[in-house]
Design a protein. Structure first.
Length: 544
């Protein structure tokens, strides 16, 4: 992931300039740029010059996956991969950092074996062994969770499977255990047989009794009680409901799904956001995440909020509204279409008042006035009406602060002031017309900046570096951790468990503060000049 830090640097005697530097929360060997392509589950996208990328329409039900990069520059090819991550249905995810270096290959085939595939006692276990077979002819044991393999069982009521592949019998029946290794899957059928089969129809007595069948009537195995095209014994083998023709509620009968090769227990087999039944009805392939026809599948689209007001004050000068676009299927159900990757296009009839940011569906305020945002997708249109108004902030009250008020952050009814030589000052602002200093904590250095996240205030404390203060009780702030940045800490931003410090002549320092009592340096960058300001923007997204 490329994270951008904007460092304000004073160079020379009079010049003030801004420098943009790219960094990650851990040391890296190289960064992605426009000489690279990134792929996930065989979907590929070109990386932009700034190292950012967006990859749309990724299937969401293939377990932990990696993002892989290939970069070719000056005749030299470099590759790299991210750590494992899981793709959420109909959403987006921040992808872990892609580090250039050795790459773990993706198996072309996955096979599962077990010492026994029939378990005859409740609580009895069998350990699966999963082997990845690779294009170069090699094999690798990928049984352990740490290798990225995910396990699923078709019916957890009959048998469970742990994250490391240990199957435990619970009730009689047949389950299919699935092992998924970076989109490549293997299947193994496990039979739990806790009783006999008196009528020899292939269904154990306790299963027949549990399902309301007759353990002494062999003919009932061939019945099709729900008329879905699967006999009772076939339903039991597939883990579907013998009395529900559509076990996953996707609009296709269980028999039709089995015939197609779709999963009768998963409403959206290919994870593209469109249920299997709708895909078949509209002529697309429920087994291919790239195959869907929203033009035929949708009844309409809506935008929320339908009306919004952006209030811009003279201090912040920035206001925005995040829109959400939802498509309604003809057959019922919805799909999130906010992402442009889903085919949505945004237009404003007044760009002077309402314009767009980098995030899909985010509308930013410009000058005063009204606007209409029009969203189109697959021949459907929806609108949202906005209005922008600006106002000038006026002082309501005043409270004297010991020291020099360098910066402030707000949390609830308290303002936390970085007050120079007097450290952190805590001001009760519950009564906006009568604020009062409620508590104070002197810091070792000169408090230049403060950032409040959760129950902690992070103070850029000049020559003493970063100080971390517990403010769970605002009336009794307590210093719980500190890190000497070695330079002069002027500014701090805390995001995703990391503190980013503008450290004067030492440039940027990145500190892991996930444990506030033990902050640890994970990276930094010397950029020249005196760094006095920092901001953070996590940019890379992967959409499903």
């Amino acid at each position: 992931m490329t994270t951008n830090a904007y460092l304000k640097t004073r160079t020379g005697l009079f010049g003030l300039c801004w420098m943009l530097v790219s960094f990650v929360p851990i040391p890296v060997l190289a960064e992605l740029n426009d000489t690279c392509v990134v792929s996930v589950l065989n979907r590929t996208v070109q990386v932009k010059a700034d190292g950012t990328w967006v990859l749309p329409n990724i299937p969401a039900n293939f377990g932990p996956v990696r993002a892989r990069a290939t970069c070719v520059a000056d005749g030299i090819t470099q590759s790299g991969q991210s750590d494992f991550f899981t793709i959420p249905p109909n959403g987006s995810v921040d992808v872990p950092k892609i580090a250039l270096g050795p790459v773990t290959p993706i198996p072309s085939q996955v096979t599962i074996t077990a010492p026994t595939t029939t378990l005859t006692q409740a609580g009895k276990t069998t350990q699966l062994k999963v082997v990845g077979n690779y294009a170069n002819g090699s094999t690798k044991d990928v049984t352990a969770k740490a290798t990225g393999t995910q396990y699923l069982t078709s019916n957890p009521a009959l048998a469970t499977v742990t994250a490391d592949g240990l199957v435990t019998a619970l009730q009689s029946g047949t389950v299919v255990v699935q092992a998924i290794q970076e989109g490549t899957q293997g299947l193994l059928q496990i039979n739990v047989a806790l009783s006999k089969d008196s009528d020899g129809d292939g269904i154990l007595d306790d299963v027949e009794l549990r399902l309301g069948l007759d353990p002494n009537n062999p003919a009932d195995a061939q019945d099709d009680l729900d008329r879905d095209g699967l006999t009772n014994i076939d339903e039991i083998k597939h883990g579907t409901d013998i009395r529900n023709p559509d076990s996953d509620g996707d609009g296709l009968t269980d028999g039709a799904e089995v015939k197609l090769g779709a999963n009768p227990l998963l409403a959206d087999t290919d994870g593209d956001g469109v249920p299997d039944g709708i895909e078949v009805a509209t002529g697309s392939n429920p087994l291919d995440a790239k195959s869907f026809d929203l033009n035929k599948a949708l009844k309409n689209i809506t935008v929320t909020p339908a009306n919004f007001v952006l209030n811009v004050n003279s201090v912040d000068l920035v206001a925005y509204q995040q829109l959400k676009v939802i498509g309604q299927f003809n057959a019922g159900g919805t799909i999130d279409l906010t992402a442009k990757a889903r085919g949505s296009n945004y237009a404003s009839n007044n760009l002077q008042s309402c314009n767009f940011g980098a995030e899909d569906g985010r509308v930013f305020a410009g000058s005063d006035g009204g606007c209409v945002i029009t969203v189109t997708n697959s021949g459907f249109t929806a609108t949202a009406a906005g209005f922008v108004r600006t106002f000038t902030a006026k002082a309501l009250s005043y409270v004297p602060i010991s020291g020099f008020a360098n910066n402030v952050d707000i949390n609830g009814n308290y303002a936390y002031v970085a007050a120079g030589s007097t450290g952190l000052q805590v001001v009760n602002v519950s009564d906006k017309n009568n604020p009062k200093v409620a508590a104070a904590l002197d810091t070792p250095g000169n408090a230049n900046d403060v950032s409040v996240v959760g129950n902690y205030a992070y103070v850029a404390d000049d020559s003493s570096g970063l100080n971390i203060i517990d403010i769970s009780n605002p009336l009794a702030p307590t210093n719980v951790g500190a890190f000497d940045t070695a330079g002069t800490a002027w500014d701090v931003v805390v995001s995703n468990g990391y503190a980013f410090v503008a450290d004067g002549a030492n440039g940027l320092k990145i500190i892991n503060v996930s444990n506030p009592a033990k902050p640890a340096l994970v990276g930094g960058l010397a950029i020249g000049g005196t760094s006095k300001g920092v901001d953070v923007n996590w940019q890379r997204k992967l959409a499903t």
